[in-house]
Design a protein around this ligand. Structure first.
Ligand code: FMN
Length: 281
């Protein structure tokens, strides 16, 4: 089977997961092409593909706007083309599962047969910082699940998340972020540490940053992916209202994974439940 993997990623976690899925699908004998969802280089439609995978990071219990816009532009399929969703999130909260509600609805309306959803908790690269041990345990859990999930895709099966009214309502309410982000994003600023290298403009999937006189200028299409701030080599981008949470910096995944006792206290129960479930797979 030929599979198109469409991926939106700001700080790289979702891209890593989608590349992993694609790699495993190739090992299973399929052809898998990964396409970035970005404004300046829209990915090709899935003509000639036998299935699609759509990867996205959870933003405020929702899929980011560029992902929804991309799905809306996909051509209709009469043949019920199989589709799967892959989400990465910073927390293992069940509310994140509701992020699949709108993508599923859009895909179903266009005739796609959404067969499964997979979720991986990945270390926050921005907004909240985990210990390296936590990051290592998260990465190992995902590395364990990805080959199994690729096999599920290969078999054409999968499970869909069941979202009750409370989850749907919370997710719907937090869609306010979709409206707020363009305003917040416009107020991103650079410090004197900026060297004008243009890396932020190159990585912005929205094409929202233009370089003028050697300095970045932020437009009104920010999708809050935080790629600009995360990839800035001088850590020079200040992210407006969200700056108090900014925690740029890579993790070291080489060390021992956090033991149960070392799991962070924040959302501790959910993390333990997630780790135990993934490690039993
Ligand atoms: C603006 C913003 C909102 C986020 N909201 C959530 C959330 O509601 N739930 C969650 O578990 N993680 C949330 N995260 C964390 C991301 O989903 C997580 O770090 C993801 O792996 C990032 O993927 P990426 O590196 O491909 O962009 C949020 C991150 C950002 C930047």
């Amino acid at each position: 089977m030929r599979i198109a993997v469409y991926c939106f990623s700001g700080t790289g976690n979702t891209r890593w997961a989608c590349d992993g899925i694609a790699q495993e699908l190739r090992l299973l004998g399929h052809t898998a092409d990964v396409f970035a969802i970005c404004a300046d280089c829209p990915p090709p439609p899935p003509a000639g593909y036998g299935g699609i995978v759509v990867g996205y990071p959870v933003h405020a219990f929702n899929a980011p706007v560029p992902v929804l816009e991309f799905l809306k532009k996909l051509p209709r399929t009469e043949a019920g083309l199989p589709a799967w969703l892959v989400r990465t999130s910073g927390e293992p909260l069940k509310f994140n599962e509701a992020s699949g509600v709108t993508p599923r609805r859009i895909l179903r309306k266009k005739g796609y047969d959404v067969r499964g959803e997979f979720g991986y908790v990945m270390p926050y690269n921005i907004i909240f910082r985990h210990s390296d041990g936590m990051a290592s345990r998260m990465k190992r859990a995902a590395e364990r699940a990805i080959p199994q999930d690729a096999r599920t895709i290969s078999e054409g099966s999968g499970n869909l998340c069941k979202n009750g009214p409370i989850r749907r309502m919370v997710s719907f309410t937090l869609r306010i972020e979709h409206t707020a982000m363009p305003f917040i994003g416009r107020r991103f600023k650079v410090t004197d540490a900026c060297i004008g290298c243009g890396q932020c403009a190159r990585v912005c999937p929205q094409g929202n940053i233009r370089m003028e006189n050697g300095k970045p200028h932020f437009g009104k299409n920010c999708a809050a992916c935080m790629g600009c701030s995360f990839h800035c080599p001088k850590d020079a981008i200040r992210i407006s209202l969200l700056n108090g949470w900014r925690v740029n910096g890579e993790y070291s995944f080489d060390g021992a994974p956090a033991s149960d006792g070392e799991v962070c206290r924040y959302c501790r129960k959910s993390y333990l439940k997630y780790f135990h479930r993934m490690e039993k797979r």
